[in-house]
Design a protein around this ligand. Structure first.
Ligand code: RB5
Length: 156
């Protein structure tokens, strides 16, 4: 089986955590596409959120991880993209539920809100937990219908 392709991105607030998470992903044997940022200079999170979300939305990669200070800005950006289901996770429960119920394809982390070891545990669970399907597929299908309607007509 070919390794899972995963895109990762952050702003300046998430840089240190991104490097830690990349080491973990390598240990899991994943293929990582790092979309930056790569130094500590102050940058705008939408620029990095866009790159990773685009890669997931287009199918270039299976999954993405986004990190900013709180995870809030990155969540707002990522969930604008068709087909993206970005989940901001703070603990092992939200990591697990994000996969089981929401089929999360982008994990969002807040570097200023979540301790590095907890973030690593969140990533491990998010990678290993499958989507449960069944009634949750119906709910995700409803989200896709809303998305298609808004893409077709815009907001009237
Ligand atoms: C940057 O200071 C901070 O605003 C950003 O990392 C993020 O938390 C935005 O939502």
């Amino acid at each position: 089986m070919s390794p899972m392709k995963i895109a990762i991105g952050c702003d300046h607030a998430g840089l240190q955590l991104k490097e830690k998470i990349k080491e973990l992903l390598l240990r899991f044997g994943m293929e990582i596409l790092d979309y930056g940022t790569t130094d500590g200079c102050s940058v705008d999170y939408p620029d990095y959120g866009e790159r990773v979300s685009d890669a997931v939305s287009s199918g270039e990669v299976e999954r993405g991880i986004l990190i900013c200070g709180t995870g809030l800005g990155m969540s707002i950006v990522a969930n604008k993209f068709p087909g993206v289901r970005a989940t901001l996770c703070h603990d092992s429960f939200t990591a697990r539920m994000g996969r089981l119920h929401n089929d999360s394809n982008i994990l969002v982390l807040g570097a200023r809100t979540t301790d590095g070891d907890i973030a690593s545990e969140i990533v491990r669970i998010w990678i290993e937990t499958p989507f449960e399907g069944e009634r949750h597929s119906r709910r995700l299908e409803k989200i896709s219908i809303i998305e298609a309607r808004l893409n077709e007509k815009g907001r009237e």
